[in-house]
Every structure is written in C-alpha cells, then in structure tokens.
Design a protein around this ligand. Sequence first.
Ligand SMILES: C[S@@+](CC[C@H](N)C(=O)[O-])C[C@H]1O[C@@H](n2cnc3c(N)ncnc32)[C@H](O)[C@@H]1O
Length: 262
Amino acid sequence: MRRRSPKPSHACAERLIEVNVQNPETSGRSIRADWSAYATAYDLLSEHNPAYQELLQDFEAFLGTIETPRLIYDIGGGTGNYTEVAARTCPDSEIHLVEPDIGMNAAARAKLAQFDNVEYEAFALEDIGASGTADLLICVHALYAMPDPEQRLRDMRRLLRPGGWLYLIDLGRDMDVADWRSYLFSSLKREHGLTGALRVFWQGREIAKQNKTILKAQQEGTYWTHTAEEIATAVTAAGFEIHRREAVYRDYSDLLVCRAKP
Ligand SMILES: C[S@@+](CC[C@H](N)C(=O)[O-])C[C@H]1O[C@@H](n2cnc3c(N)ncnc32)[C@H](O)[C@@H]1O
C-alpha cells in the first residue's frame, strides 16, 4: 500500500505512529482512549456483548448480498474481528487491516495468523495515499475517534472505486457507562451466573476505564458525537449514496451501507 509522502524522514510504520502521537491535531493534550490498553480486554468483552455480536452477524450477512469484493480495507480494524469475517468468507480477496495502534495491531496479527490474505497497515487513515481501487471499505466504531471525521469520510471515498461499498458503523451518542455496565452484567449473569459475570467484569475492567475516557472525550468534543441525520448528511456530502441506514448497538450507533458515487 502506498502511504502519503510528506513525512520522508520517518521511513518505518512505528516511527510514523510516534509522529502521530506527538501531533497536536491527532492527539495533543486532548483526552483520548488508550487503544493499546483497550486491546488487552477488547475481545473478552466483545465475545460476551450480544450487541457487538449482532453487528458482526449483520456484516457477514451483508457480505453475502454483494459481489465478492476483490480489495477490502478494514479501517480502524482494532483486534481484527471484521477482518476475520472478511478473510474467512472471501478467501480469494486481498484485505488490508488499517490500524495505527500498536497494541490493537499486535492482537489482530496474533488472532489472524492463519489467514494469508490479510495485510497489516500500521497507519492512520489520514496517512494512506492509495486511491480509487478498493471494492469495499469497512469502518466500525472508529470514525468518531478520528481527527476531522468529515475529511476522513472524504478519504474513504478517495480509497474506493466508483460504485465501491462502504460498510460504516459509528458511535454517535454519549457512551453511558452505567447503562452499558448494567446491560453487559445482566447478559453475563444470564449466561454464566453471578460468579461468572463478576469474573468477566474483573478481567475486563480496563474496558470500563477506557469507556469512561471515551465519554470524557465525547463531552469535551475531541470525539465526534452525531445524530443519525448528521452522519447521513456528512456521508452524502463526502460523495456516497446511502443504501441502508439504521440505528444499531442499542441505539448508540448508526449503521450506513453506502456506495461511492461516480
Ligand atoms: C473501538 S476500536 C474499533 C475496532 C474494530 N473496528 C471493531 O469494531 O471491533 C477503534 C479503533 O479505531 C482506531 N483509530 C483511531 N483513530 C484512527 C485513525 N485516524 N485511523 C485509523 N484508525 C484509527 C483505534 O486505534 C482503534 O483501534
């Protein structure tokens, strides 16, 4: 994959990440989640979160409705759960997992080691220089955390060929940590009993901590919050035609299935 060239002195991906961390536009003094800390328990809670599992199932069902995409990007792919679905169901496709966080990237590499159709790109979306070639872009719960989300949507449009698909899910509403805690605890207790629920909560305590940070970042405006209308307007303005749109993830998030306009 071609990366934008304006940082010639930083040849390797690790150095690029370091540059991003120190860039006030992308990090600075604002509150931001520590994605590497999040990565340590991300899959533990994702596996036990029925709302998360529903989204993964929706994505797999969506893949069954379109012509097999040849080139796929999973932007902000985290620990690789959506890439895993794509790699498994589209074994002949080339999949690029774009994930700038070292911890998330390492978790994804370990989990997806058996797939030889996955490339790992340790860059932020804004540092990818490719254009006009992708057939499908996946971006789940990552856009809200990126600097200048409207510009990032235009970057996504640039990566896609005309008619290419964007499968976008974004957290739009404030992360009500107490509400999620009670939802997850009830679901875990039903499945694993009180002791099992307490054990998973203890093992996944880093997630609660990072979710509180996400809420703070939303409240101070570092992370984007939006209504369904606002994200639909931004997606359309970036050059997409919306094919399906619904509130998901217990109404905290918006799902938009779109095609890149010619
Ligand atoms: C909540 S995780 C979502 C992971 C995955 N998409 C999922 O749904 O399981 C958000 C991810 O977005 C990534 N991210 C944040 N800013 C980004 C950027 N500018 N470009 C690409 N990824 C970014 C973070 O590193 C983090 O791993």
